[in-house]
Every structure is written in C-alpha cells, then in structure tokens.
Design a protein around this ligand. Structure first.
Ligand code: TXA
Ligand code: MG
Length: 357
C-alpha cells in the first residue's frame, strides 16, 4: 500500500489539508495524526471495517479497545451514553476542567460504536484532544475518530512524525507530519464506570488533579503486578508495552548505590561484547561516559521534560543498536508517575530495588 505523507502546520493547520484527511477517515481510510500526547492511528469510530484495519496495521490484540476522539460535547453524545446522572455529572465536571486535553474518560457506550472498537465491553473511552491538527481533523471528518497510539503493538508510542513513519509506512493511507507531541506520554485513562472514579492508566492529568475537581479518585497501583479484584482494569495494562528491542532494567535506591550498580553493569556488558545504553537525568549522565549510548531525560526536577523525552529516547537506543539499557528510577510526583509506569512496563514489569550495603 502506498502511504501518502501530508505536512500540516501545527500552529495554523491548513483547512484544505484537514478537509482532505477528514474525508479519508469518513470514507473508511486510516490516517495517523498528531495529538498533544502521542500520535494516533485514526479511523471512523462508526465503522467496524475501518477499525479492524487499525488493529491489523498495529498488530494489536483484538481484546484491547480503542479510544474514541471527539471535538465537542455534541459529538461525544453520539458515542457515549450515561449510566445515570452521577456519571454524566462527573463527565461534564471533569471535561470542563481538563478538556480539551490529555484525559480519557470511560463511560457507557452507545450502539453506534461497533463492538470491535470497544472489544465487546459495554463501555467506551472518550477523549477531546487539544492539539490543533487533531481537533481540526475530527471536525473535518464529521465523525468521532477511534485511535490507538500510532506505534506497532508493543513498541514505544510515537511522539514524532519520524516514529510513525518507521512503524506505519506502507500500512495505512495517510500519515500527517504535524511536528512533535508536547506532552509525550499517553492520556490518563479514568474510569467513570465504577462506584468511584478510578485511574486505570496514569498520565499528565494526575490523581490529585482529579481529586481537586470531584473530591475523590482511586488509582490502580501499577507497581503491584497483580490484577485488582472486582475492579475495572484497562485491558491494555496487561501487555508488555512501550518496549525497546534492547532488554531494559530500571533500578531504584540511593543514588550512590544505583550509580555503582550501573557502572558495574556497563563494565560487565562491555566485557561480554554488548552495546550498553544508560538513561538518566542531566545531573547523572556525566558518571556514565563509559557506556556506548547515554541519553538524558532532562533536568532532575522537570517531570514534563521527562515525559516529552522518554519514548524518543527508547527508540534512539534501538537505532543505536543497544543490547541492554540501564535506567535510574525517577520520583513519582506529577507526570513522573506516568513516566515511571511506562519505564516499568518497558522493563517487563519490574523495578529492581538496590539494597544499602
Ligand atoms: O493519549 C492517548 O490516549 C493516545 C492518543 C492517540 O489519544 N491514545 C492511546 O490509545 O494511547 P491506546 O489504544 O494506545 O491506549 C488506550 C488505553 C488502553 O490501555 C486500553 O486498554 C484502554 O485505554 N481502554 C480503552 N477503552 C477502554 C474501556 N472501555 N475500558 C477500559 N480501558 C479502556
Ligand atoms: Mg498504545
């Protein structure tokens, strides 16, 4: 399949290009487009056939549902149905605060959304993105857009046009080149389908942010690998994800102890002929000059910067042919919680605690 590349200005998206891409979606095609979080792989949310093409292009398991993107509340109503007044009140309260933006809310679904998009669940994830190209594209399509992240299943999510090109060229109709994503990790997935609002996937909108607006919010503890009992769980959380080709190890503990361990690992890997990468913050990278590839997530106390850089860094390690990647865990404040969740999963679901000697 020939994939068309269309460059669109992220500050002032050209209307003629949006109308064209919108038509591709409306008539059943697949368009990759930038959002403020990561690039999405978009199809009409009212077409089962188009959605199945998305699953195929990604190689995504059929039991992991897609998020539905809307440009206004009227459009949201065409996909969402509210369980009761409580659910709709929370939906509008939170939407008023965080939309357009990096929050996905899980509510009951309408029959208009085909079952393969929601994988047979009675619920649907709805998000109103703030990125101008994304918002303009949805409006131009005239239908809600079902879109997972535009990476091949299991790979790090794409935060730049070049990442999408790498994974999707030849597999979909159009890729929009619309610049880099400003947030860099996927949206917070918040379920409104249970008794209490509950964060199923952490993102830039934090538990504290949600609590501030509606007074209560639970969060699934992603550091425990066991499944929560009797609770809604995001199907996507069970897969190894965001993974670079290299094996990745994340350490937590006192700074000096972790540094010593990473230095030891650099030595061991190199002696056995492996290419070794280190992922750290600005204040630490100077210690790891002995590694083959050293990438920084930015200043130590800059969670937003960590979020913007993480997926790009994971892909760079692959490009540079790293066999192993070692990283020092970040704090869990603000969006660092989401960054750590992605690092944890890229490392296959473990963080190794280094004991004080
Ligand atoms: O920021 C984002 O959310 C990006 C951009 C493109 O909007 N999209 C994205 O989609 O990350 P995806 O498909 O890679 O991740 C969607 C997550 C998955 O973990 C999925 O299991 C969960 O949302 N999800 C979707 N619908 C759900 C539902 N009805 N119930 C529970 N979890 C759901
Ligand atoms: Mg994804």
């Amino acid at each position: 399949m020939k994939t068309e590349i269309i460059v669109i200005d992220p500050k002032r998206p050209e209307q003629d290009k949006l109308l064209y891409c919108g038509a591709v979606i409306r008539y059943g095609g697949i368009v990759a487009f930038p959002t403020e979080t990561v690039y999405g792989l978009g199809a009409s949310a009212f077409s089962a056939d188009a959605a199945s093409k998305v699953f195929e292009a990604k190689g995504r398991p059929a039991d992991n549902p897609l998020i539905v993107h809307v440009c206004d509340y009227d459009m949201a109503q065409t996909a969402a149905r509210f369980e009761d007044e409580g659910q709709s009140r929370l939906f509008y309260l939170l939407g008023n605060e965080f939309w357009p933006g990096p929050l996905t809310m899980i509510v009951n679904k309408r029959d208009s959304v085909p079952d393969n998009i929601t994988c047979g669940l009675g619920t649907v994830g709805i998000r109103m993105p703030s990125n101008k190209i994304a918002a303009g594209l949805i409006r131009a399509a005239g239908v809600p857009i079902a879109a997972p992240s535009a990476n091949s299943s299991g790979r790090p999510s794409p935060t730049r046009f070049s990442h999408v090109l790498e994974d999707m060229r030849g597999k979909i109709d159009v890729i929009i080149d619309g610049g880099d994503c400003s947030v860099g990790v996927e949206s917070t997935v918040l379920s409104l389908a249970g008794n209490e609002p509950m964060i199923l996937r952490p993102g830039a909108v934090t538990r504290e942010d949600v609590e501030r607006v509606c007074g209560r919010c639970e969060e699934y503890d992603w550091r425990k690998n066991d499944k929560p009992v009797d609770r809604p769980l995001s199907p996507g959380m069970k897969y190894r994800h965001y993974a670079p080709k290299a094996r990745m190890t994340v350490y937590s503990g006192e700074k000096e102890d972790v540094e010593a361990r990473i230095l030891q690992k650099i030595f061991e890997e190199k002696t056995s002929g492996k290419r070794v990468g280190v992922l750290a913050t600005d204040d630490q990278i100077c210690y790891y000059k002995g590694a083959d590839i050293v990438l920084s997530l930015g200043p130590e106390n800059a969670p937003e910067e960590h979020a913007r850089r993480l997926f790009d860094a994971l892909r760079k390690f692959d490009e540079e042919g790293a066999d192993a990647i070692y990283a020092y865990s970040l704090g869990l404040g603000g969006v660092d919680n989401a960054v750590m969740n992605r690092m944890f999963r890229a490392a296959g679901g473990t963080i190794e605690e280094i004991e004080r000697k």
